[in-house]
Design a protein around this ligand. Sequence first.
Ligand SMILES: Nc1ncnc2c1ncn2[C@@H]1O[C@H](COP(=O)(O)OP(=O)(O)O)[C@@H](O)[C@H]1O
Ligand SMILES: [Mg+2]
Length: 233
Amino acid sequence: MGSLKIEHICKTYGKGENEVKALDDVSFTVPEGQMTAVVGASGSGKSTLLHILGGVDRPTSGKVFFGDQDVYALNNKDLAVFRRHQVGLIYQFYNLIPVLNAEENITLPAVMDGQKPEPEKVNALLELLGLTHRRKHLPSQLSGGQQQRVSIGRALFTAPDVILADEPTGNLDSKQTAEIIALLRKSNLERKQTMIIITHDEGIAQQCDRIITLSDGKIIRDELTGQGGGADV
Ligand SMILES: Nc1ncnc2c1ncn2[C@@H]1O[C@H](COP(=O)(O)OP(=O)(O)O)[C@@H](O)[C@H]1O
Ligand SMILES: [Mg+2]
């Protein structure tokens, strides 16, 4: 179930003079359990790609498969449920719910699914993320780095098959960055999670199994790093 495949994805924003081709015929497969970095200059289409992979932004053309499931063949209601079950998406700008505190934001996908989050599990994750003393704080009462860690917790809490992360350490210092990448790798190995991580940090990219480079909406490089933590391409 955890493999990802995209076929001939194009995404165009705007019309006429304002038309922007954010993605231009992008195809690749990520086997289950592979941790892949996506790199590229600002505006190269990385976030657009991640949102399309995560089922939150329909492509202009092309297909996305999770295992055998053609994601955009689902109607919007089924797509929302599918997303909640299968994907943990860490947004570049967090997308936290402003009226919910840190703990409530982290457990929201589970609660929306009718589950009762186990307190020990919540406590362990808050501890791992260094948020125990901030659990009752609203996003507006947290620093950028703390909000980023809440958004990472929300994506990891339900242990989905696929984790998609948009510059997940963009607001963290080097120590926190190392801890978060280690946490993502641990989750990847323990749960055989398929991960795609957008990053500007060459050091992070080199810790992944594979690096895909985008430029102007196209893949210009696709290489294995030799980390060997995940599956072969
Ligand atoms: N909602 C949108 N409307 C119009 N243009 C957009 C929108 N989102 C992204 N773009 C454009 O698409 C291109 C790719 O954007 P994005 O995927 O955010 O790149 P990256 O994440 O690599 O910085 C950019 O030229 C950007 O301006
Ligand atoms: Mg981006």
